[in-house]
Write a protein that binds this ligand. Structure first.
Ligand SMILES: [Zn+2]
Length: 139
């Protein structure tokens, strides 16, 4: 069970929290057994702090600016930062770019998307929060 724990009810924190929720939906799609809490707190000029707490122990944190554009721009920035934290936690590519072995990158296209960093949309692109459950299911 994963959820977002919002500690500041500011527009910046709520925009980041919405993005963190979409990120956690993708974590659940790929690592359904992993329990992650995303703690979101607005630190004003220092940005919005996000701490990912994994299960009972390890946590990693960082901050993002919520002043990068609209909510989809914020989502792309949050997804990029949280993706780095997931890679640090898993010691592996996340979210996997199907068939390539490297992690997908987050970009702002029509919306915030996960996209192949080398071949772009023609290889793989899905909205953040819509990472497919059925990619690379072990048989
Ligand atoms: Zn790729």
């Amino acid at each position: 069970m994963s959820f977002v724990d919002v500690r500041s009810w500011t527009p910046a924190a709520l925009s980041v929290a919405e993005a963190a929720h979409r990120f956690l939906v993708d974590v659940a799609a790929t690592h359904g057994a992993l329990s992650v809490t995303a703690v979101v707190a607005d630190r004003g000029d220092a940005g919005v702090e996000i701490t990912l707490r994994f299960g009972a122990g390890k946590q990693v944190g960082g901050s993002v600016s919520a002043h990068v554009g609209d909510d989809e721009d914020v989502c792309a920035a949050v997804a990029d930062r949280l993706r780095e934290m997931m890679i640090d936690y898993l010691f592996g590519a996340w979210p996997e770019c199907p068939g390539h072995g490297h992690p997908a990158a987050s970009r702002r296209l029509a919306s915030a998307v996960w996209v192949c960093p080398t071949e772009g949309e023609k290889h793989f692109a899905v909205p953040v929060g819509r990472y497919p459950h059925k990619v690379n299911v072990p048989l």
